[in-house]
Design a protein around this ligand. Structure first.
Ligand code: ZN
Length: 405
């Protein structure tokens, strides 16, 4: 009897489920996502956030903003959780919503929901949080190859504390994060140039994310009306926490400086919602594109670990930061996820090729005299593509294996 009932339920449930999954695929799907970005809804989000008044980390208003974000995420049918963190005498919670994918990879869109002491934070960063909510609302209606995480951090204004915790936990859990798209101050524009330009701050290994955003504009630009101003990386927002742990990320930032920044006048009246809508379209479409992209090679430097102190290849202790220090010779080891044959992995120290590994284990020991910071880079070469990862290590090796360079 129960079996029959279950079968009937399944027969009813399956068609309903497939009807509720949008039929769009590929380009149609991205187009539909762009069109779904809604200015009135962005206004409602940002208005709600600023109406809580100034909401610095630790305040009652900050907790109220967090629960507003939590409830919104939940109403879209996403898995939602609070992620508590403590740092520098502060304690607070990030709000994390997850849309599970089919692979072990994740893509993140993020913003910070705390404000400074005096400011209602409509632009900094109510604008970014509004975009994250909008992306969550729209993308929750679709399914993607990779997992998407929608994250609102706190503790940004005091020192990127919420995101530092999140990135560290992800790193310690061996998470494969493809990219973090951080939006912080994306609602201010006065001139026509300001209203049609977005800064994408990225450099080095993260510039491919800007390239994807540019591809989105090349195809759908007429529906977005925005151009990208490529900036070198500015470390002043939460994407930096991901970079610190060896992940890749970009920082979306308004083109014109906001004169109301960190003041009591950072209110909804000074947010340009047609500009915010454009930025939200670009960020959401870029996120969706990355979330469906196949990953050919994904390389991570796993030794030495970030945030640890080593004596040679032996880990002595875990440090309370992302920094890495090695006393003696440095063993660099790469771990690779790949869909291609790997022909070789190259190891560079301060940009100079020092070792090549043609098979497992992909590692190289650096034996030269070293003092202070050095940059270790590993590059995996497949047949069609390559991937690299970089790590800055404070190396102190006063008894080198070979004094000559
Ligand atoms: Zn900010």
């Amino acid at each position: 009897m129960r079996k029959v009932a279950l079968l009937v339920m399944l027969m009813v449930a399956i068609p309903v489920f497939s009807l509720s999954t949008p039929a769009h695929s590929g380009q149609d799907r991205i187009q539909a996502i762009i069109e779904a970005v809604d200015t009135d809804e962005l206004y409602r989000y940002d208005r709600t956030i600023q109406d809580f008044g100034p909401h610095p980390t630790g305040s009652e208003a900050c907790r109220a903003v967090a629960s507003f974000i939590y409830d919104e995420f939940q109403s879209y049918g996403l898995e939602v959780s609070y992620e508590p963190w403590e740092a520098a005498g502060l304690s607070s919670r990030n709000v994390v919503a997850t849309l599970p994918g089919e692979t072990n990879f994740a893509v993140i869109i993020s913003a910070h929901y705390d404000s400074v002491e005096v400011s209602p934070g409509a632009d900094d960063d109510g604008s970014g949080v509004s975009c994250v909510l909008m992306a969550a609302r729209i993308l929750s209606q679709y399914r993607f190859r990779h997992t998407i995480r929608f994250v609102a951090f706190s503790g940004e204004e005091q020192g990127l504390y919420g995101s530092a915790h999140h990135a560290r936990q992800a790193y310690l859990a061996d998470e494969y994060i493809l990219a973090d798209l951080q939006l912080d101050g994306v609602g201010h524009a006065e001139s026509s140039q300001g209203g049609s330009t977005i800064r994408l701050c990225a450099e080095g290994a993260s510039t491919w994310i800007t390239d994807v955003a540019q591809e989105v504009l090349d195809i759908y630009g007429q529906n977005i009306d925005l151009s990208i101003h490529r900036n070198r990386n500015f470390p002043g927002s939460d994407h930096q926490s991901f970079l610190n742990y060896g992940y890749e990320g970009v920082f979306f930032l308004e083109y014109e400086f906001n004169p109301y920044y960190h003041s009591a006048q950072d209110t909804i009246e000074h947010v340009n919602f047609s500009y915010l809508t454009k930025v939200c379209k670009l960020a959401t479409a870029t996120l969706a594109t990355i979330a469906d992209r196949e990953v050919s090679i994904y390389l991570r430097l796993v030794e030495p670990e970030r945030g640890a102190l080593y004596l040679g290849s032996r880990k002595l202790m875990v440090l309370d930061s992302h920094r890495t220090m090695v006393l003696g010779q440095t063993l660099a080891r790469a771990q690779i996820y790949t869909q291609e044959d790997i022909s070789r992995v190259e190891f560079y120290f301060d940009g100079r090729l020092r070792g090549i590994a043609e098979g497992q284990p992909y590692e190289h020991t650096y034996t030269k005299l070293s003092l202070f910071n050095h940059v270790v880079t590993a590059v995996a070469h497949g047949r069609q593509s390559q991937d690299s990862n970089e790590l800055t290590v404070a190396m102190y090796n006063l008894a080198p294996g070979n004094w000559l360079d």
